[in-house]
Design a protein around this ligand. Structure first.
Ligand code: NDP
Length: 321
């Protein structure tokens, strides 16, 4: 098979196109021929070692394709099934071996590229808006990086739950995309961001901040919350947040801080199936659209990472195996 391999940690240049032996599905596993590969910010954390991994490894935690073979004991998928997954590493490849417990069968109404594009980010947006802080009609909600892969989905889904959505972005072009997706207001980052959020919310602050930017936005996120508001710190695109004094949550107004991750929200096959079904149904019904902001050849994975990390991209990035 053809794959991208990381043999040493570092910048995008360590994403090395290579040929590897075809994998064989073991007990409880399926062999999938990939149709699309999702690029996610977490891939950069694995590549740089923020999330440590034994070397060498094939990166990528989001894929979609067709089952070609199954190992012993597999009961939920069969050759020919169209599937998508997140969680299992190794998607930057033409073939991948995936535990059946990580696979979801893609409904006929959803094409494989779209299914791949929403597998990780769609389910993440779903748990953030329904479980981390269940958004209610009339809530003021702040979404950072509103034109990114996660941001566009959060803006759409929060708006459809009846929230008033305030999004941050770094350019007028990104503002326009966030507004098209459902943001009512767009703001630039900056030292006075929390003041501007308060000005838009009658001085109260927002019910929840969805913050995947991390280090550079954390202080403004806390300062933008209403009394007993929730900071859902779900990523670190600008770098990890330094240790926090819990007393800041008290002085801010009995605030809540959580650092959630998709893994814990799809940790059983039943939870995964329910979450995936909610997202795929929304796509099939036309209630959720995904903007593919870039398609790259598998061998150009390094370019995709460079573009993502330099804030040049909008929406979802995919690799073509
Ligand atoms: P995005 O498409 O959102 O790209 C990152 C965006 O962050 C950029 O486009 C940029 O938007 C903004 N940004 C702000 N500061 C920086 C910076 N210093 N360097 C780079 N980007 C910056 O990426 P994803 O949608 O793939 O991921 C968004 C976040 O969500 C990531 O932190 C990721 O780890 C997290 N995530 C977490 C999950 C979880 O379950 N916890 C699951 C999925 C994703 P702008 O220019 O407008 O500021």
């Amino acid at each position: 098979m053809h794959a991208i391999q990381v043999s040493q940690l570092g910048g995008p240049e360590v994403l090395d196109p290579t040929d590897l032996p075809d994998p064989e599905p073991g007990e409880g596993q399926a062999l999938v021929e990939l149709a699309a590969v999702g690029v996610n910010y977490i891939d950069t954390y694995f590549r740089t070692g923020i999330y440590p991994m034994p070397l060498p490894f094939v990166p990528g935690v989001e894929g979609g394709g067709t089952v070609r073979a199954v190992g012993p004991g597999v009961t939920t998928v069969a050759p020919g099934d169209r599937v998508a997954w997140t969680n299992t590493l190794g998607a930057y490849a033409t073939l991948a071996v995936v535990p059946e417990t990580d696979l979801v069968v893609v409904p006929d109404a959803v094409d494989l590229e779209t299914a791949t594009a929403v597998a990780l980010q769609g389910m993440t947006a779903h748990y953030l808006l329904h479980d981390t802080y269940p958004v209610a009609p009339g809530d003021d909600v702040l979404v950072h990086a509103g034109a990114g892969g996660m941001g566009l989905l959060l803006c759409q889904m929060a708006r459809s739950l009846g929230a008033r959505v305030i999004a941050t972005t770094s350019s007028p072009e990104k503002d326009a995309l966030a507004r098209e997706a459902g943001a009512d207001e767009t703001l630039r980052y900056g030292d006075d961001l929390a003041d501007r959020v308060r000005a838009l919310t009658g001085g109260e602050g927002v019910a929840v901040v969805y913050d995947g930017v991390g280090a550079s936005t954390f202080d403004a996120s806390l300062a933008s919350l209403r009394i007993r508001g929730v900071l859902a710190l779900y990523g670190a695109a600008s770098g990890p947040v330094p240790p926090v004094d819990p007393q800041r949550l008290n002085s801010g107004g009995s605030l809540y801080l959580t650092r959630p991750s998709l893994h814990w929200h799809v940790r059983t096959p039943e939870m995964l199936a329910a979450r995936a079904s909610a997202v795929f149904s929304a796509v099939a019904a036309g209630d959720l659209s995904v903007r593919i902001g870039g398609r790259y050849a598998l061998d150009d994975a390094a370019t995709a990472h460079r573009d993502l990390e330099s804030r040049r991209t909008t929406g979802k990035l995919l690799l073509r195996p």
